[in-house]
Structures are given as structure tokens and as C-alpha cells.
Ligand binder design. Structure first.
Ligand code: ZN
Length: 250
């Protein structure tokens, strides 16, 4: 294994919060300067794998289509930053994040998503002050978490937090208890019903956050069945302000 690959591997597997990660990052910057995954050009300081130019050029943005989305009553608002389409760059990048241990691409996308959110939805961003907001990355099943080495939504949350400081809910406070109920042959409403009960509370500390504005963070939203189920649980726990932010809308 080449030094660069070895360090990249260590980077993706190490805890994002630990100092070890930043030390590896510094070593990697010296032995192999980072290049953009899309154009192979230099990337700005603070980015891991993507230059801003490519994100703006190759990822088609959704604004203002979000306005027409029908939402359950307990979801305050929902914003997706980019279109998620087969064969396009966002699909490739999210695939790397989920299946190639590329944690950095997730934090880069989270970072850019937050910048675009700030510029396009300043009225919504105002609701998410560091003091009154809480980011909840959508929990994934422990089996998937073990296989992947991390929950991809935490990578996105880390990048997001670099722009819009908020508390990120610790992993394990909420959990996903069922692997993946089959959705084949179900319509939109039955899919929601099928997802009922897939999330549960593991730590009562969640109740201390009830007055916060929660931002449920996920990579891609399709029918919304899983996101809405998590939002519904938070609503039953007494949260009054729950919104959704995803990178992509399929
Ligand atoms: Zn680039």
C-alpha cells in the first residue's frame, strides 16, 4: 500500500473528533498535496476532496423547487441542496462516501451545502443559531455502521458545522433498530407505515434538547419515509421544531 493510500485509509477509519485525524491530515498534506476528485486541480485549504468550482459547476442545485414539497405536519421545512440523478456527480460522490470509506467527501459536501443554504435560505438559517439548534444525523443500522466504519450523515454534519455551528447529537442517543424492511410493492403511504418503529431512544439525554430546533440531516431523500419516521418520533418525544436538510433529492 502506498503511503498516501495508507494515510487516507487511516484518516477515514479514525475518529473525526480525535487529534490523530488532524495529525494524519497534516502529514498527508506534506507527502501528497490534495487534488480535486473531479478536475484534479488544487483544492482550497480546509477542503478534503473537492474544489468549490466543481461543486458549483457539476452538481445541479434544486433551489427554489423545495417550496412545492408536501410535508407531514410535524416537519417545519425541508431543504435539499442538489438534484440526485443516476449517473451524475452527486451519485458518484455519495457512493464514494458510503462504499469507499471516503469520509472527506462527505464533510466537503456538508460544508458546501451549508454555504449554499446560507446564501439561498437566509431566513431559514436565522432559525438555526448555534444556541438553539441541534443537528441529528439520521442513524443507520449498527451492522451497516460497522461495515462502513462510520455513519455517512456524521461526515456531512461535520462539514455543515464548520459553517453553521450547532451541537451535533452524539451517536448512539437514537438508534435504528431494524435493518431494512422490504419496501417492494408498497405505495408512498404504505412505505411510511412500513417504516414505523425503526428508530428508538437509547439515551434519555435526548429529552434535554426538546426546546431546540432540530435539523435532521441525511445524504439523499427519496420518498422521505425514513426521514419522516425519525421526525415523527422526535415529534412524539415533544420536539416542536423539526426540519430536514439533505444533500440530494432523488
Ligand atoms: Zn475541481
Amino acid at each position: 500500500m502506498l503511503i498516501k493510500e495508507f494515510i487516507s485509509f487511516k484518516l477515514s477509519k479514525s475518529n473525526a473528533k480525535s487529534g490523530i485525524r488532524s495529525t494524519y491530515r497534516q502529514i498527508l498534506d506534506i507527502v501528497a498535496p490534495k487534488a480535486c476528485l473531479i478536475c484534479n486541480g488544487l483544492i482550497p485549504k480546509g477542503s478534503e476532496s473537492l474544489c468549490h468550482h466543481c461543486v458549483l459547476r457539476y452538481l445541479p442545485r434544486m433551489y427554489p423547487e423545495n417550496r412545492g414539497t408536501m410535508l407531514p405536519g410535524f416537519v417545519r421545512w425541508k431543504v435539499s441542496i442538489w438534484y440526485f440523478k443516476e449517473g451524475q456527480w452527486l451519485q458518484t460522490l455519495i457512493h464514494r462516501l458510503k462504499y469507499s470509506s471516503d469520509y472527506g467527501v462527505g464533510s466537503d459536501l456538508g460544508h458546501m451545502a451549508a454555504l449554499l443554504f446560507l446564501s439561498r435560505y437566509p431566513h431559514l438559517a436565522k432559525e438555526l443559531t448555534p444556541e438553539n439548534s441541534l443537528i441529528i444525523p439520521v442513524p443507520i443500522h449498527p451492522k451497516r455502521r460497522r461495515k462502513r466504519g462510520y455513519n455517512q450523515s456524521y461526515a456531512i454534519a461535520e462539514g455543515w458545522k464548520n459553517v453553521l455551528s450547532s451541537t451535533i447529537l452524539d451517536e448512539g442517543v437514537l438508534s435504528r433498530t431494524q435493518f431494512r424492511p422490504s419496501q417492494v410493492g408498497l405505495n408512498k403511504y404504505d412505505r411510511r407505515e412500513n417504516m414505523r418503529g425503526i428508530y428508538s431512544v437509547e439515551d434519555p439525554i435526548i429529552y434535554t434538547y426538546r426546546l431546540k430546533h432540530v435539523l435532521v440531516l441525511d445524504d439523499v431523500i427519496t420518498t422521505g419515509a425514513t426521514c419522516y419516521e425519525l421526525c415523527g418520533l422526535l415529534n412524539r418525544l415533544g420536539f416542536k421544531r423539526v426540519s430536514i436538510l439533505t444533500l440530494g433529492q432523488a
